[in-house]
Every structure is written in structure tokens, then in C-alpha cells.
Design a protein around this ligand. Structure first.
Ligand code: GDP
Ligand code: IMO
Ligand code: MG
Length: 431
């Protein structure tokens, strides 16, 4: 029995979906515990591409159970769309395969409208959110006026809760942002229909996970976003609105911290970021453009080009600390093939001081200059390689440098988007 958390160590899009899909082979349950459909997790299995925003990335494996925990914010139309698209692809997502926590908060139309209106009003200072209503939904959760999955299943309760909040939302939308107000009657009809559609999938995820754990099943927790988008520990305010660090796997699913065995951090072999905010090792030159092109660095959720830069070990080291990482999964190493002079940012020069972690204050991070070390690259096509020994010497040197700066071992190396394009050095489900 083993319970493993997979989280992103950078600013998201590290390849968590691929790693979770791969490790699902050893898991019985796969659990999303935070974020919502701001996430876009891409899987490539037998040459077919799947993108999941809400359904856990274990769903393609027969016989596994996928859970959407209470810490997620759920747009029911998006979830239903994912279930329907999978059905079209011949994959039936039946209630024995997918459970949604009764206590998951619902993203309402006014959350999306407020997210977009706020970003529009901010103009140049916008955060660059995905516009999916994530922040406003979490605000209502913390503000104790959110609507949860169980409210959708109770017509009267839903009407009451919506009535209690819609007036204020419409007031802000209309009077402050100059946007159109929303029609509560239309929302009631639409959302109660979602409730009926999702009713068979709902349950007490915490209780199910406890029973699974007690009977020796393996649970895999799938993080969304990345450590530096964490609401507390990230580059605030250029962050998402949930805790993305491993600790939230417990709060966001209802399992105790003593039940977790290992945390593995996914590290893209270089760095990317979507949206605003500081990015010390960003490449605004041809190399950045090359990485974006070869790595296909365009958002899986919004299609926006991702900002690209060298691997930043202050970012990774801070993630080791914040998540208690046991090991790393390195992804997209193949993208670096052909760049003959590779650089890694090993620390920062911050106003004349050398630091090797990400400073929490925005102005301090903005002042950080990357301290770069150069390593020789490789030209060999590594996509077909399946063992450490097959890798070119310079590739192994690059990986060893990552281990040395991070202070934790590499568990696996991904050399292509496909499930099998992976070198597994150590499986986190092994003791
Ligand atoms: P996530 O949000 O962390 O799950 O990552 P995304 O799915 O948003 O972005 C990762 C992208 O890289 C996806 O298009 C994956 O199919 C792709 N990918 C994952 N691992 C590799 C790899 O090792 N090599 C290459 N070339 N692509 C990869
Ligand atoms: P996955 O799970 C990359 C970023 C947005 C924006 C900030 C806030 O695929 O790695 P939000 O809509 O959450 O309020 O936006 O967070 N962001 C992501 N960036 N990958 C993600 O998810 C992201 N989810 C949110 O671009 O900068
Ligand atoms: Mg993504």
C-alpha cells in the first residue's frame, strides 16, 4: 500500500498529466484535490491526444477509480463535456469510475463573468487568468457564500442559496464593471439540470478514500497548476487562487497527512509560464522562440503562447522545500536536443546578494537576475531511449546537475509525450 502525490514544481504545465497517467498503472484511485478547469493536462496514449481539465488523468486506465475532491472548484458544464467527449471516443465514464465530492464548490456563471470583468478593468496590470471563474469561486468558498455540489441536488436549497447571492453579484457586475446582469431563473434551470446529470457521480470522497487506504489500495493524488502559482507560497499576486502545494492534497480530498507516503515533483527540463508575473530566467530571444516551437509551448486551456526560459533551480529548490519532495520527474528533456550550449539558472543575484530560493516578495523577485551556468548539450535523438545508460553523456550530466542542485534524486525522465516515452529509474509506489 502506498499513497503518492504528484505536483508541479514550476508555474504549471510541467507534464503532470503524462506522469499521472503513467503512474496510474500502479494506483487504484486517482484524485484531483485543487484547482478547476484552469488546468489543462495532456495525455498521449497510443498516438491519441487527450486533454483533461477536470477529470483526473487516470481515467484512460480500465478498472481505476477517479475522484474529484472537495478542494476542486467545479464547472459542471465542463465536466459533463469531458464525460461526453470520452463517451464519443468509446470510453464510458460511469459512476463506478468517477466520483465527485458532495462538498466541491461549483463555479457559477457570475464567477466567470466577474473573473473576465476584473481582468478587463485591470488592463495592463491584469494577472492573465484563464478566465474560468477560479478566483471568484474560491472567494465565495472562503467568504462562506459558495454553492456546493450537494446544493445542486436539492432544488429548494439551490434556489435559496442563489437568491442570497445573485443580487450582490449582479450589483457588482452592472454598477461597478458596467457588464450585463445575469438572469437567476435561467441559472436555476441550467444548474439544476447539471445537478440531475451529475447526481449518480456524487459521494463522500473522504470516506471512500479512507476505506480504500484501510484496505491497502494505492492512491495517487494529481496536483494542478504548479508550486509557484500557490496562493500562499507562489509569486503573489501572479498566482492562482488555491494552494497548489502537496499539503493541500490532504485538505482538498479529506485524507490525513499521516496517510501520505511520497511526494514527487514534476520538473520540466526548462521553465515556462503562462500569464503575467516575474520570470527571472525568461528567454526573450531566438532560443526562447525555439523552445516554444519545438516544445509546442501553447496553453492547453487557453491556447496562449507560454513564456519560455532556462531551467531555474531556485524555483525547483524552493519546491523541494515547500512540498517535501522525495524525488523528481523530469519531463520534455527531448525538447532540449540540439541546443548545444544549455544554461541552468543556479541562483539569483538579488540587489547584490546571492540567493538560491525564490523570494516571496514580488519586488525582490522582480529584482532577481539569474546566475547562469553553462553545460554542453547533445544532438542525439533521445526520444527512443528507455534506460539511463542509453542516454548521451551530456544528457546524463545535465540530469546529474539537476539532482545536485535540487538535493533530491530523479525518479523518472520523460523523453516524449507518449506514455511509453519514459525512463523509469524508481517508481514512487515502490518502498
Ligand atoms: P500539465 O498541465 O502539467 O499536465 O502539462 P500540459 O499537458 O499542460 O503540458 C505538457 C505538454 O507537454 C503536453 O502537451 C504533453 O503532451 C507534453 N509532454 C509531456 N511530457 C513530454 C515529454 O517528455 N516530451 C515532449 N516533447 N512533450 C511532452
Ligand atoms: P496546469 O494544471 C499554467 C495561471 C494563469 C494565470 C494564473 C491565474 O495545466 O499546470 P487562474 O485562472 O487560475 O485564476 O489564473 O495562473 N494558471 C496556469 N498556468 N498551468 C495551469 O494549470 C494553470 N492554471 C492557472 O495563466 O497566470
Ligand atoms: Mg497544463
Amino acid at each position: 500500500m502506498s499513497n503518492v502525490i504528484i505536483i508541479g514544481t514550476q508555474w504549471g504545465d510541467e507534464g503532470k498529466g503524462k506522469i499521472v497517467d503513467l503512474l496510474t498503472e500502479r494506483a487504484d484511485y486517482v484524485v484531483r484535490f485543487q484547482g478547476g478547469n484552469n488546468a489543462g493536462h495532456t495525455l498521449v496514449v497510443s498516438g491519441k491526444r487527450f486533454i483533461f481539465h477536470l477529470i483526473p488523468s487516470g481515467i484512460l486506465h480500465p478498472g481505476k477509480k477517479c475522484m474529484v475532491g472537495n478542494g476542486v472548484v467545479l464547472d459542471p458544464a465542463v465536466l459533463i463535456g469531458e464525460i461526453d467527449r470520452l463517451a464519443e471516443a468509446g470510453i464510458a465514464v460511469t459512476p463506478d469510475k468517477l466520483m465527485i465530492s458532495l462538498y466541491t464548490h461549483i463555479i457559477m456563471p457570475y464567477h466567470r463573468a466577474l473573473d473576465l470583468a476584473r481582468e478587463k478593468k485591470k488592463g495592463k496590470t491584469a494577472i492573465g487568468t484563464t478566465g474560468r471563474g477560479i478566483g471568484p469561486c474560491y472567494e465565495d468558498k472562503v467568504g462562506r457564500c459558495g454553492i456546493r455540489v450537494h446544493d445542486l441536488l436539492d432544488k429548494e436549497m439551490f434556489r435559496r442559496k442563489l437568491a442570497a447571492t445573485i443580487e450582490e453579484k449582479n450589483f457588482i457586475l452592472e454598477r461597478f464593471y458596467g457588464e450585463k446582469p445575469l438572469d437567476p431563473a435561467a441559472i436555476v434551470d441550467e444548474y439544476l439540470a447539471y445537478g440531475e446529470r451529475l447526481r449518480p457521480y456524487t459521494g463522500n470522497v473522504s470516506e471512500v478514500l479512507q476505506a480504500a487506504d484501510a484496505s491497502g489500495r494505492n492512491i495517487l493524488f494529481e496536483g494542478a497548476q504548479g508550486t509557484h502559482l500557490d496562493i500562499d507560497h507562489g509569486t503573489y499576486p501572479f498566482v492562482t487562487s488555491s494552494n497548489t502545494v502537496a499539503g493541500n492534497a490532504c485538505c482538498g480530498s479529506g485524507i490525513g497527512p499521516t496517510r501520505i507516503d511520497k511526494v514527487v515533483g514534476v520538473v520540466k527540463a526548462y521553465t515556462t509560464r503562462v500569464g503575467g508575473g516575474p520570470f527571472p530566467s525568461e528567454l526573450l530571444d531566438d532560443t526562447g522562440e525555439y523552445i516554444r516551437k519545438v516544445g509546442g509551448e501553447f496553453g492547453a486551456t487557453t491556447g496562449r503562447p507560454r513564456r519560455c526560459g532556462w531551467l531555474d533551480m531556485a524555483v525547483v529548490k524552493s519546491s523541494v522545500r515547500l512540498n517535501g519532495l522525495a524525488g523528481l520527474a523530469i519531463t520534455k528533456l527531448d525538447v532540449l536536443t540540439g541546443i548545444l550550449k544549455l544554461k541552468i539558472s543556479v541562483s539569483y543575484n538579488c540587489r547584490g546578494k546571492c540567493i538560491d530560493s525564490v523570494p516571496p516578495e514580488l519586488d525582490a523577485l522582480e529584482a532577481c537576475e539569474p546566475v547562469l551556468t553553462e553545460l554542453p548539450g547533445w544532438e542525439e535523438d533521445i526520444g527512443g531511449m528507455r534506460s539511463w545508460d542509453q542516454l548521451p553523456r551530456n544528457t546524463r550530466n545535465y540530469l546529474q546537475a539537476i539532482e545536485q542542485y535540487a538535493g533530491v534524486p530523479i525518479y523518472m525522465v520523460s523523453v516524449g509525450a507518449g506514455r511509453d516515452e519514459t525512463i523509469i529509474l524508481r517508481n514512487p509506489f515502490d518502498a
